[in-house]
Ligand binder design. Structure first.
Ligand code: BF8
Length: 634
């Protein structure tokens, strides 16, 4: 074994060493080969938007200070950033579109594997869109809702309906500053059009479109995806499961769902408990079928079905290197192109399923909702038939897995705080007002080999809860903390400050609440709206003692998410900056000036303890402005 020191949790370290011993290249090796990363790209000052270039700006002020067309560092960096926001928003918005399609097919009887699981939420949601609900058949209502939602994607003017969930002051901020998203597809298209050569040449104006585009994601595509997934697949409620590679079983057929859209993973989860398939697995010598997940689709089936999480983004290759995965099903987003080649070192099959996302070397089985259950059963059968080909001598499953509680939602927080008979956010607001809880921080996003693979999240979250900040999480950040055992009620007594401990003990909740996959960051927006509505801690989201962080972000989706929070009034800290520091003016705009527009702003800080300090200072500043009591246990 080499002398390299591996970072990450124990299972990650163990599997990285095995990968190296087996000469299997992983993301960390590829990252090393890319170092040093391109300086112009890192600073955001290279442009390849037209064939006058590619152009780049000399960051030292000696060489070219503008591209061939005349665009300077400010315009180039802002245009690049807007393209990132557009791509990230497009991913979430397209995800929402897929769920609407499934709702339409299910409600019209064309996708018999799917049905309305939460009719109460359907009715509430349909009312928000102004649909007549009384006396209407559930499927008819769902069909009307789906058609209404599709129209919002193509809408050319007006305002997205779900922005009405925001406090009045927030809506006024968006209207006055021309930030209100008009149509879901419209904003992404306009973002791309504006960044073509010679269109929008003012970095401030470009960034205003960036915020409007991001808002079309947070209060549009993502929020629709979250609510419709609850309606179709059931609203989550807290449940226990496990996280880390140790959830794989050496005597069972191991199937991993990986990607994002829950339509396929939900069908696989349902089919995986089919007694006939379990019997088939036994006939092939396995003791059962073990389903686990990677990335956000894992968190969809975790929060609704209690399926355990095999790992986060950085562990997808390592899962295959255990030699114990009989089949990995992927749809789209955050799926590494390297998977089929790693799988080819073992008996593992990689099945790709989405017409938008092809993976050479994988088996392609196109997924259609109309035959969802049939396709799911076929894929599981393929996994079972692959089980006897597993080479036991090459199986290496790390022991590590930790308990977690997942499945929190805005609606459940109501119930949790107020009990079944008095649903209310009041105890949370009261705890903040009285100084038991300092505020709330969302710690979300990816894991990234540029940082210490998960440790940044863990250190940050431990520091925040120690200082009585309630933490809410989504995505791979949540998985990182779950693997450390932070997402169980017991963690409060080990790590949380006294005030937060008292609240966790009274309510019986963990100090870190798992709100699901990345699209469910929209739950953080709606929870903030409920905090404002409850009263006493501000009239708009920017007045709340809250903040957000994505310590190890890497995806363009994280940039879009960060921007919809900043555009909604929050301060957001990223571990590493996104590429903008080559433009002094743009950096000043995002870290300072934007605050006078939306009340939110950006900060960049890779050190998790410093990051916690920035968040706590921000929360304390908001507490002071609200004239809240001093912290009870400083
Ligand atoms: O949407 S947290 S690495 S899995 S991008 Fe990807 Fe990042 Fe994980 Fe999910 Ni979100």
């Amino acid at each position: 074994m080499s002398k390299r020191i591996f970072t990450g949790d124990l299972a990650t370290k163990e599997m990285r060493a095995i990968a190296e011993d087996s000469s299997i290249q992983t993301i960390w090796d590829r990252k090393l080969k890319q170092e040093p990363h391109c300086g112009f790209g890192t600073l955001g000052i290279c442009c390849k938007n037209c064939n006058l270039g590619p152009c780049r700006i000399d960051p030292f002020g000696e060489g070219a200070q503008c591209g061939v067309c005349g665009a300077d560092a400010d315009v180039i960096a802002a245009r690049n950033l807007l393209r990132h926001i557009a791509a990230g928003s497009a991913c979430h918005n397209d995800h929402g579109r897929e769920i609407i399609k499934t709702l339409l097919l299910a409600s019209t009887g064309k996708a018999p594997g799917y049905k309305i699981n939460d009719a109460v939420k359907l009715e509430r949601f349909a009312k928000e869109y102004g649909l007549e609900t009384s006396g209407k058949d559930v499927n008819k209502l769902a069909e009307e809702l789906a058609e209404r939602l599709f129209k919002e994607y193509g809408q050319q003017s007006g305002e997205l309906m779900l922005t009405n969930r925001a406090p009045k002051k927030q809506i006024d901020i968006w209207r006055v500053n021309n930030l209100m998203p008009r149509g879901i597809d419209r904003e992404v298209t306009e973002a791309l059009a504006r960044t073509n050569i010679g269109v929008d040449n003012d970095y401030r104006s470009i960034m205003m479109q960036g915020m409007r585009t991001a808002l079309s994601d947070g209060w549009g595509g993502s929020m629709i995806a979250t609510d419709l997934s609850d309606i179709l697949f059931g609203s989550p409620e807290p449940l226990r499961a496990k996280a880390n590679l140790g959830v794989l079983k050496d005597d069972q057929v191991n199937i991993i769902v990986h990607g994002h859209v829950p339509i396929l993973s939900d069908a696989i989860a349902t089919a995986s408990v089919d007694p006939a398939l379990i019997q088939l697995a036994k006939d092939k010598g396995a003791s059962g079928i073990n389903l686990a997940g990677i990335c956000c689709t894992a968190l969809e089936v975790l929060s609704r079905k209690g399926v355990s999480v095999a790992g986060n983004f950085l562990q997808q290759e390592l899962a295959l290197i255990t030699g114990a995965v009989d089949l990995m099903i992927v749809d789209l987003q955050c799926v590494m192109p390297s998977l089929p080649s790693i799988a080819s070192c073992f008996h593992t099959k990689v099945v790709s399923t989405n017409p938008r996302a092809h993976f050479p070397g994988s088996v392609y089985i196109e997924f259609h909702e109309e035959k969802g259950m049939e396709i799911a059963r076929n894929i599981i059968t393929m996994a079972i038939e692959n089980f006897p080909k597993r080479d036991k001598s090459r199986v290496h499953i790390p022991k590590e897995s930790r308990d977690l509680v997942g499945g929190f939602t805005t609606e459940y927080i109501f119930k949790m705080l107020g009990g079944n008979y008095r649903s209310t956010f009041s105890p949370l607001n009261e705890a903040i007002i009285s100084g038991r809880i300092r505020g709330v921080a969302g710690v979300v996003g990816c894991d990234n080999p540029k940082l210490k693979s998960g440790e940044t999240h863990i250190t940050l979250v431990k520091e925040l809860i120690r200082k009585d900040v309630l933490v809410v999480q989504t995505g791979c950040a949540a998985t990182a903390c779950a693997k450390e055992g932070l997402l169980v009620p017991e963690a409060a007594f080990k790590y949380a400050g006294k005030g937060l401990q008292e609240i966790c003990a009274a309510v019986g909740c963990p100090p870190v609440l798992h709100l699901g996959p990345c699209v469910d960051n929209s739950r953080i927006l709606t929870a903030c709206c409920e905090m404002v509505k409850e009263g006493g801690i501000g009239k708009s989201l920017d007045e709340l003692p809250v903040a957000g962080a994505a310590p190890e972000w890497m995806s363009e989706k994280a940039i879009a998410i960060g921007w919809y929070f900043v555009a909604s009034g929050a301060m957001v800290v990223f571990g590493n900056p996104y590429p903008l520091h080559g433009s002094h003016n743009l950096t000043k705009f995002v870290t300072e000036e934007v605050e006078s527009v939306t009340g939110g702003k950006w900060a960049f800080e890779p050190d998790p303890i410093q990051m916690a300090k920035i968040i706590i200072e921000h929360i304390d500043k908001k507490r002071q402005a609200l004239k809240l009591k001093p912290m009870m246990y400083p």
